[in-house]
Design a binder for this molecule. Structure first.
Ligand SMILES: Nc1ncnc2c1ncn2[C@@H]1O[C@H](COP(=O)(O)OP(=O)(O)OP(=O)(O)O)[C@@H](O)[C@H]1O
Length: 227
């Protein structure tokens, strides 16, 4: 732990080269997330939400500005150091769970821990603990194909929290679920994130879900603005 904000974007720029020329998507985006703060990112389609999440998660590099994760400026880090931060400090949840189909629910949650150096036994124990917290006791040895959509997404959220990240990034985490299931899974996500003091940035098109978070931001002219 340190006193730096878990996530800080400072003047972040990103442009894509397209056949029609350069498309500036982010043009000096600033955003700071405090520990335990849950921020909704609500903006029209195509304005750069996924781009912002990818940059915040060190999956892509900005064309300008800097991404700081727990006080470390990502731009000056080696690829190995960026990967290590991605594994241990940041958790991701995608709209479609992206679980590994050939592994069980428990293994899907244990594997990222083992990649971060946790021994198999301890990783399995934590996976079972997280599955229990998400009401999935008894589903440990099911493969994703044998789980419902809501259950798969719960496993994906548990996996994102497995390495006790300081930052959780989520792109429409319940966007593919029916309204009732989305509501329940989202409530569980918030409970877990709040309970562990994780800072979260969650993109959603759903204003109801956004209202349940601490703060709502949007993207305007390539910058982060209050909603
Ligand atoms: N790799 C890429 N190459 C070229 N253009 C891209 C690339 N990725 C995204 N874009 C463009 O950048 C803009 C922002 O895309 P992004 O996916 O970040 O938007 P979004 O707000 O997440 O949209 P949605 O809500 O529909 O998911 C869009 O116009 C998109 O077409």
């Amino acid at each position: 732990m340190n006193d730096h904000p878990p996530l800080r974007l400072a003047g972040v720029e990103r442009r894509y080269r397209t056949e029609a020329g350069e498309l500036p998507v982010l043009r000096g985006a600033d955003l700071t997330l405090s520990a335990g703060e849950i921020v909704a990112l609500v903006a029209p389609s195509g304005t750069g939400k996924s781009t912002l999440l990818h940059l915040a998660g060190l999956l892509e590099k900005p064309d300008g500005g800097e991404v700081h994760v727990a006080g470390r400026a990502a731009g000056s880090l080696s690829d190995e150091a960026r990967t290590a931060i991605r594994r241990t400090t940041i958790g991701f949840v995608y709209q479609f769970h992206h679980l590994l189909p050939e592994f069980t629910a428990e293994e899907n949650i244990a594997l990222p821990q083992m990649a971060a150096g946790v021994a198999r036994g301890a990783a399995g124990a934590r996976a079972r603990e997280l599955l229990a917290a998400f009401g999935l006791t008894g589903r440990e040895s099911h493969r994703p194909g044998k789980l419902s959509g809501g259950e798969q997404q719960r496993v994906a959220i548990a996996r994102a929290l497995a390495n006790r990240p300081r930052v959780l990034l989520a792109d429409e985490p319940t966007g593919n679920l029916d309204v009732g299931t989305s509501d329940r899974v989202f409530a569980e996500l918030l409970e877990q994130v709040r309970g562990h003091g994780v800072a979260a940035l969650i993109a959603t098109h759903n204003p109801e879900l956004a209202r349940r978070m601490d703060r709502i931001v949007t993207l305007r002219d390539g910058k982060v603005a209050p909603a």
